[in-house]
Design a binder for this molecule. Structure first.
Ligand SMILES: Nc1ncnc2c1ncn2[C@@H]1O[C@H](COP(=O)(O)OP(=O)(O)O)[C@@H](O)[C@H]1O
Ligand SMILES: [Mg+2]
Length: 337
């Protein structure tokens, strides 16, 4: 029996661009699928097809038991969508926005009011609840948008990059909300560019690139698929980064990365601690002084690199939804990029 979200061979082209090139998905009821991929991979297009906002050129999808093309209304009745495009009315307060959604879904005004209070509380918006939302920061808007998608507690939820551009505090808050939602039995498809986010929230991960699912599995399975451990070396002298890279290439079992800025070289290896000693000896022999060296398990970043040959952190220019500067400890930027 297909899961709560099922897709087979979805294709969608925009002119020359093949945004979806045969996407297959199967998300069991009550589980979380993380759709992980860089900008332009086809994540939003997938979500738009599954939420009936876009008709696929080919393939088929069933959400909450209904075909997205043949029965779009039935699908819409069973899903919630929190998008990159926030659907809140700027001139209404947060409270009014939430109440309005409830009433649109035919809740009584009393029930809609009560639900709005509950959600404002849960999303840490109680104090701002009676301010027009145009005064909200990016993080507050994002939280309100997510709250709006949860007014009617749909059995199947879609969240398109819910935390992109948010500062660490807001990201944590959203993670907690998402976790409590999932604990309540909601099936969730979540897209993200953040590998750590998929690792933390998703039961299963589908890695997408160029409109195709290029790998799937649990975070652990994907890491295992990427093979053994990584040696990380921080070179003391930037001028010797090239020499050190040469040395490490001799031990490498796959794609390696060199970060000029942090003077860090990472290579996949097999051989464990014994190998570490050899690496140190050889670097020493070539006169390379090191600040740090270590062995670690592969992360999802490594998974992405080994699958696609590029890292997953190619952020868009459009990070317009970040918090205003100085809001809460700066942006959640990663070092690599
Ligand atoms: N409405 C559209 N018109 C033309 N091209 C589009 C449209 N929507 C998406 N695309 C293109 O399709 C590809 C996938 O986009 P998208 O699904 O938004 O990726 P993601 O959400 O993973 O960043 C990109 O190359 C994008 O430029
Ligand atoms: Mg997108």
């Amino acid at each position: 029996m297909p899961g709560a979200i099922y897709a087979e061979g979805l294709v969608k082209t925009f002119g020359e661009v093949r945004a979806l090139d045969g996407v297959d998905l199967d998300v069991p009821e009550g589980s979380v699928l993380g759709l992980l991929g860089p900008n332009g991979a086809g994540k939003t297009t997938t979500v738009r097809v599954l939420t009936t906002l876009l008709r696929p050129d080919a393939g088929r999808a069933v959400v909450a038991g209904h075909d997205v093309v043949a029965e779009p209304d039935a699908v819409r009745h069973n899903i919630g969508l929190s998008g990159q495009f926030a659907a809140v009315d700027e001139y209404l307060t947060g409270r009014e926005n939430l109440q309005m959604v409830g009433e649109l879904y035919q809740m009584s005004s009393r029930a809609a009011r009560a639900r709005a209070v509950e959600l404002l509380e849960q999303f840490d918006l109680a104090d701002a609840g009676d301010r027009p939302t145009k005064t909200y920061s990016g993080g507050m808007r994002r939280r309100l948008d997510l709250a709006a998608a949860l007014v009617v507690k749909p059995p199947v939820m879609f969240m398109d990059e819910p935390t992109t551009g948010l500062d660490p505090r807001n990201r944590m808050l959203l993670w907690e909300v998402i976790e409590s939602l999932v604990a309540g039995g909601t099936t969730l498809l979540l897209t993200t560019q953040y590998l750590e986010e998929a690792d933390r929230l998703a039961h299963d991960i589908a890695v997408v690139d160029h409109g195709r699912v290029i790998a799937r599995g649990t975070a652990d399975q994907l890491k295992a698929q990427t093979g053994g451990e990584r040696v990380e070396v921080v070179v003391h002298d930037r001028d010797l980064l090239g020499t050190a890279t040469e040395v490490l290439h001799g031990f490498s079992k796959g794609e390696s990365t060199v970060d000029q800025h942090t003077r860090k070289i990472t290579v996949p290896v097999s051989g464990g601690a014994k190998l570490l000693a050899e690496v140190i000896r050889e670097l020493d022999g070539r006169g390379v002084e090191i600040d740090d060296i270590g062995l670690r398990r592969p992360t999802l970043d490594d998974v992405f690199l080994s699958l696609t040959g590029h890292v997953a952190e190619e952020k868009s220019e459009a990070q317009d939804e970040a918090e205003p500067r100085g809001a809460a400890g700066g942006k959640g930027k990663k070092e690599r990029g």
